[in-house]
Design a protein around this ligand. Structure first.
Ligand code: ZLS
Ligand code: CA
Ligand code: ZN
Length: 397
């Protein structure tokens, strides 16, 4: 009825605790957990829940978060509230809540929020370990900037690192891929001293006309992990720095060329893919010009490698397009094709109405929002791929 066809027999699971939706970073903050409400409504309205196993995971416990994070940091995080926060406190500043930045505000229910999104990523990882799923999805996770004792860039707890730690109990080599427009620095740093995780991030990199680096300011092509041959993590990171305005054709080519080579060389036993939707055209914080289907083609490419896959969310600051993208990518996982006309019985339909290019449809032309000129030339991208291939030669096979 909705154009659902499932030619490929992949077992897909969807890990989602709806309580995560009710948390607010603050009204002016770009991170809006209710984008997850929109995503879930779209997924349900297309009937995709009948094509997957649905899980409502419990929140992660303190001890589970301590798989990666320092206990002192977690104690502080579990106790802090908007009422008892002391912005001049040395711990407040040291743990990343202070400074002139309000990227990581202290809000009501913060501890519950981090436990919920991390519980869902753990649940997804367990499903791969139990062989219950070939692909396990958690759109509420993907908070890739959090460090073991530091909140950074809207991220307080690094659910990705914890999910990868679980996968490492059974898998010798895990590949982490990150298509969020920001560099996946927290995951890269967490595994910089091991050869059992390879991290690959595609992101905007560069300095703007006011002299500010694009957040977090790391991830140039020559940052490939420790160069010391004694370090087991030698050359087990690959960063693909991209300039403003990259288009569908360029990104698809870049992603497919580099990622296939990494998979061929590293031969991972499981893959974790962070699918941040801030790399879309028209994103409030992003700089790229991608359409939903080009973003989704990265998921198709990764699926085609046929390895157990955890698919997680991340950034995404134009909520209606985040929901469209993650709904499309859920369909890609189960092998379904969706109608461009949105089902008319969806709650929140008005969120998808009245747009110039996207009125009532799933696949608006986001490239037409033309907010960023394309500064990426084909020759520059070819040089970038050449350098990436050179970096890969430093990795011991
Ligand atoms: O990857 O660029 C920065 C740091 C600043 C500039 C912005 N000011 C407010 C703080 C200091 C240098 N931060 C980035 C963080 C981006 C995190 C991306 C997360 C992820 O997608 C994974 C989930 C940034 N960009 C934009 C903002 N912060 C930002 C914009 C608007 C606001 C409102 C709320 C808070 C303060 C005013 C804020 C942050
Ligand atoms: Ca990235
Ligand atoms: Zn981001």
């Amino acid at each position: 009825e909705y154009g659902l066809e499932r030619p490929q027999g992949y077992n897909v699971s969807f890990h989602y605790n709806p309580h995560v939706e009710y948390h607010h970073f603050g009204s002016s903050h770009p991170m809006k957990p209710w984008r997850l409400t929109l995503t879930k409504q779209l997924v349900l309205s297309y009937g995709l829940e009948y094509t997957m196993d649905l899980y409502e995971p419990r929140p992660a416990s303190f001890n589970e978060l301590a798989i990666f994070h320092d206990r002192e940091y977690l104690s502080y995080l579990s106790e802090i509230t908007p009422q008892n926060a002391k912005p001049d406190d040395s711990q407040y500043i040291a743990y990343g809540f202070g400074g002139d930045s309000n990227d990581c505000p202290v809000f009501d229910g913060l501890w519950n929020y981090v436990s919920l999104y991390t519980g869902a990523s753990m649940s997804a990882a367990y499903n791969l370990l139990n062989k219950q799923s070939d692909i396990a999805i958690n759109w509420s996770g993907g908070l890739h900037h959090a460090k073991k004792n530091l909140a950074s860039g809207f991220c307080y707890v690094n659910d990705i690192v914890i999910a990868i730690q679980l996968l490492l109990t059974q898998h010798q080599r895990v590949l982490y891929i990150d298509i969020d427009v920001h560099h996946g620095d927290g995951v890269e740093q967490a595994f910089e001293s091991t050869d059992r995780v390879f991290t690959l991030s595609y992101h905007k990199y560069g300095i703007d006309r006011h002299g500010w680096p694009f957040f977090p300011g790391t991830g140039n092509i020559d940052e490939m992990g420790p160069k010391d041959p004694a370090n087991r993590g030698k050359a087990h990171s690959l960063n693909i720095p991209i300039d403003d305005g990259i288009d569908d054709h360029q990104y698809k080519w870049l992603f497919r060329t580099v990622t296939s080579k990494v998979v061929e060389k590293y031969n991972p036993q499981a893959i974790v893919l962070q699918s941040g939707a801030d790399s879309l055209g028209g994103d409030r914080l992003g700089r790229f010009n991608l359409n939903i289907k080009a973003h989704g083609s990265c998921i198709e490419t990764v699926k085609s490698f046929g390895r157990p896959l955890v698919l997680i969310g991340g950034g995404g600051y134009t909520p209606r397009n985040v929901a469209r993208t993650w709904c499309h990518e859920t369909a890609v996982c189960v092998g379904a094709t969706l109608h461009n006309d949105l089902p008319t019985h969806i709650p929140y339909l008005q969120a998808f109405q009245g747009e110039e290019n996207g009125d009532g449809i799933l696949y608006p032309d986001l490239h037409n929002t033309k907010r960023h000129d394309n500064l990426n030339t084909d020759p520059a991208l070819h040089k970038l791929v050449e350098k990436a291939m050179e970096n890969l030669r430093y990795m011991e096979g």
